[in-house]
Write a protein that binds this ligand. Structure first.
Ligand code: PMP
Ligand code: GLN
Length: 381
């Protein structure tokens, strides 16, 4: 293997899903729903796939219909005006947009400030770009952004800030004050912001605010999202980046050689999905909020200290309240102890100590599955 893979190992999500499959445990590890996205979208997808016209290479930046739908989505939800021809790129999931943004914007030696715990692909792609991550650590109990630490993390080598809100794995949703401070730091130091917003429709308490909507931020922000979480279609891998044309040229510069162009057949249906009515998004969020409450209440009843998430698919617990000290050890033994799989949060931290007792549980599962998992977990006490 090349040096750029040093230390990256196998992604924790693959490891934990394999563990669940091997042991027959209920998989509350990897975040994917057990209920597929809306039937009318699946039907629309089947019809377009069965027909002709979407089986050869799509334009590198995506089919016009989907780029327009992405631009309309940004306008409808956030009042952001985005030019579908120059300010949108369709990607193979948010993952590719993240990779292409980091590879396209970072030089070896650059520093990028990242909230930790991190989504694992950030670490990998920053390393592959030859850049250095500078963590700003979110801590229990509320995972707020330590704003002084954020300011102190900036050096003359800093070129970018990588954000994720709603935040995986903590479930924190950045609030106005945090966004304003981050924006002022970005403006003062002339930094690019890469904002991963794949959970944009899963903010349960306060509405999600894209940092691109703050004053002076639109021209320095790449906003990334995908169809996966918002429509329970994680296997589709249709994602996108929006942002000023100049920044997107760098993203496209990489994307053209990573995948050249993303899968064409599902792009029309992705466009249709984005046009779903308000009732769909509301019902979806309400359903996930209900599942969050079911899981969090249940874990609390079992004796876990639970940090109720404001967004995403994931709840965090501290396993010390049940007498365990180490989340990695706890998760390795959990299939045997209780027939459930969860994800240790330590692997997402450079500050290993901060993450050691934390374990993440996915609640994007049917209520009966969550109830069964909770029933099994009650064997822990
Ligand atoms: N960012 C975050 C924070 C995620 O949780 C995920 C979901 N796995 C992704 C990016 C990747 O999204 P996609 O499946 O669209 O590539
Ligand atoms: N986003 C999901 C999670 O955090 C899935 C990640 C993955 O499989 N790469 O669990």
């Amino acid at each position: 293997s090349s040096a750029r893979l040093t230390g990256l190992g196998t992604t924790i999500f693959a490891e934990m899903t394999a563990l669940a499959q091997r042991t027959g445990a209920i998989n509350l590890g990897q975040g994917f729903p057990d209920t597929d996205g809306p039937d009318e979208i699946l039907t629309y997808a089947a019809d377009t796939v069965r027909g002709h016209g979407h089986h050869q290479y799509a334009p590198g930046i995506g089919i016009p219909e989907l780029r327009r739908a992405i631009a309309e989505h940004q306008h409808r939800w956030y009042d952001l005006v985005v030019d579908p021809d120059t300010e949108v790129i369709v990607s193979t999931g948010a993952t590719e947009a993240i990779a292409a943004s980091l590879l396209g914007l970072l030089d070896p030696g650059d520093e990028i400030v990242v909230l930790e715990p991190y989504y694992d692909s950030y670490v990998a792609m920053i390393q592959m770009a030859g850049a250095t991550r500078v963590p700003v650590t979110l801590r229990t109990p509320d995972f707020r952004v330590p704003l002084d630490a954020l300011r102190a993390a900036i050096t003359p080598r800093t070129t970018a800030i990588l954000l994720n809100s709603p935040h995986n794995p903590t479930g924190a949703v950045l609030n106005r004050g945090e966004l304003e401070t981050i924006a002022s730091v970005a403006v003062a130091h002339d930094l690019v912001v890469i904002s991963d917003e794949v959970y944009e429709h899963l903010a349960f308490d306060e509405p999600h605010v894209p940092i691109a909507t703050l004053p002076d931020m639109r021209e320095r922000t790449i906003t990334i999202s995908s169809i996966g979480k918002s429509f329970s279609l994680t296997g589709w891998k249709v994602g996108w980046a929006t942002g000023p044309a100049e920044l997107l040229r760098s993203v496209m510069g990489v994307k053209q050689f990573l995948s050249y162009t993303s899968g064409a057949p599902l792009q029309p249906a992705a466009a249709a999905a984005l046009g779903a009515d308000d009732a769909y998004f509301e019902a979806f969020r309400d359903r996930l909020r209900g599942q969050r409450d079911l899981l969090c209440d249940g874990l609390r009843d079992i004796g876990f200290e639970v940090f109720t998430p404001q967004g995403t698919y994931f709840a965090t617990t501290d396993v010390r309240s049940l007498g365990y000290t180490d989340g990695i050890d706890f998760c390795r033994r959990l299939p045997e102890l209780a027939g459930v799989v969860a994800v240790p949060q330590e692997v997402f931290y450079d500050d290993r100590e901060a993450g050691r007792p934390l374990v993440r549980w996915a609640f994007c599962k049917r209520p009966d599955v969550l109830a069964e998992a909770l029933d099994r977990l009650s064997a822990l006490t």
